[in-house]
Write a protein that binds this ligand. Structure first.
Ligand code: AMP
Length: 191
């Protein structure tokens, strides 16, 4: 059995994945892999990939599976000695989850668990509009785009809870409360 801790930090946009990742990385020495951050870096660098991704991101739609899978594969291959990974915003579709399992199982370093932050929709919208006022993220500034992202999550991403539950890896976490309380719940779930 692998010693590595590979965590899928899961939840709708605004659930607190980024905030909680920062703490878990520190505590467990994990490497953070956020496809949203990787895509925003491509946009910033004005690459062709970034230009194509931007339109989809601004519309609140998902970027193609092969693009995000390729980004994750490159990062994992460049960091073979990492103590483990925390996947943030990935996988978002069943095809992504299967590709991730394929990559990790080939190295006998499977996903340890999926920690799913649960937050009601109205609270998500409130949090994201608040974040949009300060973060500069254009996809956080328009309520229509926010709701589109939440819909994409419900339709394409939420079913992954079943995918991981069938492997005995799903752990639901109440994502409402103070940042510290939610962190404690995550640490307890990791065990
Ligand atoms: P995030 O920072 O995780 O909220 O992602 C911001 C946006 O990037 C999403 O609304 C999608 O357009 C795109 N994105 C990020 N991760 C993925 C992924 N795993 N699959 C498809 N699109 C993604």
């Amino acid at each position: 059995m692998s010693e590595k801790l590979n965590i899928v930090l899961f939840g709708p946009p605004g659930a607190g994945k980024g905030t909680q990742s920062a703490f878990l990385i520190d505590r467990y020495g994990l490497m953070h892999l956020s496809t949203g951050d990787l895509l925003r870096a491509e946009i910033h660098a004005e690459t062709d990939l970034g230009k194509a991704a931007r339109e989809l991101m601004d519309a609140g739609e998902l970027v193609a599976d092969h693009i995000v899978i390729g980004m994750i594969r490159n990062k994992m291959e460049a960091n073979l000695d990492a103590k483990g990974f925390i996947f943030d915003g990935f996988p978002r579709t069943r095809a992504q989850a299967e590709a991730l399992d394929g990559m990790l199982n080939a190295k006998s370093e499977p996903i340890t668990c999926m920690l799913a932050l649960e937050v009601p929709e109205e609270e998500l919208v409130k949090r994201l509009l608040g974040r949009g006022a300060t973060s500069g993220r254009s996809d956080d500034q328009d309520e229509g785009v926010i709701r589109k992202r939440i819909n994409e999550y419900e339709e394409k991403t939420a079913p992954l809870k079943e995918y991981y539950a069938s492997q005995g890896k799903y752990k639901g976490i109440d994502g409402v409360g103070s940042i510290e309380d939610i962190t404690s719940r995550l640490v307890e779930a990791i065990g």
